[in-house]
Design a protein around this ligand. Structure first.
Ligand code: PLP
Length: 396
């Protein structure tokens, strides 16, 4: 018997969108290692190491730090559902798709949700958050550190102070920032944070690193109702991840944890500071190239994410045609605009493994070709030339 279905044979892409990002060969190899049982001593030890490396990545000593089974959104849901009981007041700062999603998740679990909003591409000031927490007196304030839907970076430390002065817990989305920008959980005094494997950690989608402060754990222990999600209930999940009881809850995605282990090893081997510097360097060169081609960023310079470059699509250029040609002729994936940015922006990712000089130069050359096909006038070679110049200035 032979199957009429083909083997899995995906095309080779350069993933320069909002995630997933390119995955290193050694991470793919780790995923293909032999599966062991979820209580096998080998796996239990590997879980401990994943936790230790996650603490370094999050820059925290938090004991309750682990990888939730599921993508970044499962991490979001895990943080919300463990901190919130029906009727609890939650303030969510919405300046993009993911802030909006956090508000939706909190409302579904019965929270009394209030949102404050900023247009896509902007960030919140400390003053407006201070005013909102003083008026609303929430139990939890949710905010997105790196809004992948817009390319905006939200400064956190001062906001953390006003949130805590008002007696609230701070919940932070660092799905896109972890592994690409400093995420300092302890120094910034963040109570709960979640990330995902598929952005700057450069592992396929499938796990969601989370971390909870002692204050967050105390709030969980003071609950009067059960956590509304059985699967994501940290009071049970943590017994499996902790060193004593190893109580069975659900079977961990064994091979995904192998992949995350390898991706975290790669992160620590490169070093956090070097990793952040690499993201800045390639972002600066890409920016020089894009600007030399006449493209404009949608986010003000001081709040731009290095790993997610949102630019305005030039007048008269067809969004889908350009993205289609990039994919079909060059194998390059970039992201489209979301929400009010749909059809108006491109989102160019430089995340983790995909954040290289090679990709920056390849992309700029390919984009020139696609813009020319779209009838857009530009100076040949301007983008690649400016990026090369930026690289030599940056290394001087
Ligand atoms: C990607 C992303 C998510 C959701 O992660 P999934 O892995 O798609 O579930 C949440 N927040 C931000 C900021 C993201 O970029």
């Amino acid at each position: 018997m032979s199957s009429s279905f083909p083997h899995v044979q995906p095309p080779r892409r350069v993933l320069m969108g909002p995630g997933p990002s390119d995955v290193a060969p050694q991470v793919l190899a780790a995923l293909a290692a032999p599966t062991v049982g979820h209580l096998d001593p080998y796996f239990l030890n590997l879980m401990d190491e994943v936790q230790q490396m996650l603490r370094t990545a999050f820059q925290t000593k938090n004991k309750l730090t682990l990888a939730v089974s599921g993508t970044g959104s499962a991490g979001m849901e895990a943080c919300v559902v463990n901190l919130v009981e029906p009727g609890d007041k939650v303030l969510v700062c919405v300046n993009g798709v993911f802030g909006g999603r956090m508000a939706d998740v909190a409302a579904r679990y019965g929270a009394d949700v209030k949102t404050i909003e900023r247009p896509f591409g902007e960030v919140f000031s400390t003053e407006e958050i201070q005013k909102a927490v003083e008026e609303f007196q929430p139990k939890v304030v949710g905010i997105v550190h790196a809004e992948t839907s817009t390319g905006a970076l939200q400064p956190i430390p001062e906001i953390s102070k006003v949130v805590h002065d008002a007696g609230a817990l701070l919940l932070m989305d660092c799905v896109t920032s972890l592994g690409g920008l400093p995420v300092e959980i302890d120094k910034w005094n963040v109570d709960a944070a979640y990330s995902g494997t598929q952005k700057c950690l450069s592992c396929p989608p499938g796990l969601a690193p989370v971390t909870f402060s002692d204050r967050a754990v105390a709030a969980m222990e003071a609950r009067s109702t059960k956590v509304a999600s059985w699967y994501l209930d940290m009071t049970m999940v943590r017994n499996y991840w902790s060193d004593q009881s190893r109580a069975y809850h659900h079977t961990a995605p064994i091979n995904m944890n192998y992949g995350l282990h390898q991706a975290l090893r790669d992160l620590l081997e490169e070093g956090l500071e070097n990793r952040f510097a690499r993201h800045q360097r390639n972002h600066q060169a890409l920016r020089s190239g894009l600007e030399a081609m006449g493209l404009k960023y949608t986010v003000a310079e001081e709040y731009r994410l290095p790993m997610l470059n949102a630019v305005t699509i030039p007048d008269g250029v067809d969004d889908k045609a350009v993205r289609g040609q990039l994919l079909n002729d060059f194998g390059i994936e970039i992201g489209r605009g979301l929400g009010p940015m749909a059809g108006k922006t491109w989102r160019i990712g430089l995340m983790g493994e995909a954040c290289t000089q090679r990709n920056v130069l390849l992309f700029l050359a390919a984009l020139e070709s696609c813009l020319q096909s779209a009838g857009h006038h530009l100076t040949p070679g301007a983008g690649v030339g400016a990026a090369n110049q930026a690289y030599s200035n940056l290394s001087a």
